[in-house]
Design a protein around this ligand. Structure first.
Ligand SMILES: N[C@@H](CCC(=O)N[C@@H](CS)C(=O)NCC(=O)O)C(=O)O
Length: 252
């Protein structure tokens, strides 16, 4: 039995939902309420206090890229991992890069544009308590504060995101596509999708649209896959759940 503790809009949760869909696996969807990821029961499963957590026959597996690799190993149908050691090394190098650069970068505009609003209703003391109890993100939350990250952080995040799109364009040119590593749809594609989707949702598709033709075509192919629709169901995007905030901040 597979169970996934996740948030609908969490990019890390979306990576795992794509793999589950690609493999046609049955799983129990635990859509936990925001805040429940910091409660003792959940911290027993995932001491990092973040989503997602996969529980397979009672055993918790944490960290989205690790979960994706685990699922691919245990359920080899529709493999998303290259068959050879060199290919697997290249895939893992991409996964590390994605974890280090675009995945953290997308958090900055996501929090500034939308998520910081949830924290603005708190008193300063409540906010400090909420930040302090986050095992991985205490300093990230304190730097953001209740007004959002400074412009220099946002500029740095956009530079990282632009560079990631540039790397994708280069890779698609070198491998000839249709996927980032060539003929096989791999975890590299999977792990890039939620960041690209979030950028599009935040109105930044111009980062690749027209200027990066190979990424533009790749994105159309991704959206045509059934796993995309399954993963990004109604309510899985900011523009569904925070339509008003998105409108206000777009005008600002
Ligand atoms: N490296 C972890 C990071 C997970 C992560 O940061 N998840 C975010 C949602 S995408 C989260 O749970 N944030 C909780 C918080 O901000 O308190 C993974 O890939 O699973």
């Amino acid at each position: 039995m597979l169970e996934l503790y996740n948030f609908p809009m969490s990019t890390c949760s979306q990576k795992v939902r794509i793999v589950l869909a690609e493999k046609g696996l049955e799983w129990k969807d635990h859509r936990i309420a925001s805040g429940d990821h910091l409660k003792p029961d959940y911290l027993e499963l995932n001491p990092n206090g973040v989503v997602p957590t996969l529980v397979h026959d009672g055993v918790p597996i944490i960290d989205s890229s690790v979960i994706c690799e685990y699922l691919d190993e245990v359920f080899p149908q529709n493999s998303t991992t290259p068959p050879d050691a060199i290919g697997r090394a290249a895939m893992r190098a991409w996964l590390r890069y994605i974890e280090e650069v675009p995945t953290p970068a997308i958090r900055y505009p996501s929090f500034n544009r939308v998520l910081v609003r949830n924290l603005q209703k708190m008193s300063k003391e409540e906010f400090d308590r909420a930040a302090d109890k986050r095992p991985l993100r205490k300093h990230f939350y304190h730097r953001m504060g209740q007004t959002g990250f400074p412009k220099e952080d946002i500029d740095a995040a956009f530079e990282d995101l632009r560079n990631a799109c540039g790397r994708m364009e280069k890779a698609l040119g070198e491998t000839g596509g249709p996927w980032i590593m060539g003929g096989q749809f791999t975890l590299v594609d999977v792990c890039l999708v939620p960041t690209i989707d979030r950028m599009e949702d935040l109105g930044h598709a111009d980062m690749w649209h027209r200027s990066l033709p190979l990424v533009t075509e790749w994105w159309s192919r991704i959206k045509a896959r059934p796993s995309y629709k399954t993963t990004f169901y109604k309510g899985a995007r900011f523009s569904d759940a925070y339509a008003e905030v998105m409108k206000e901040t777009a005008a600002a």
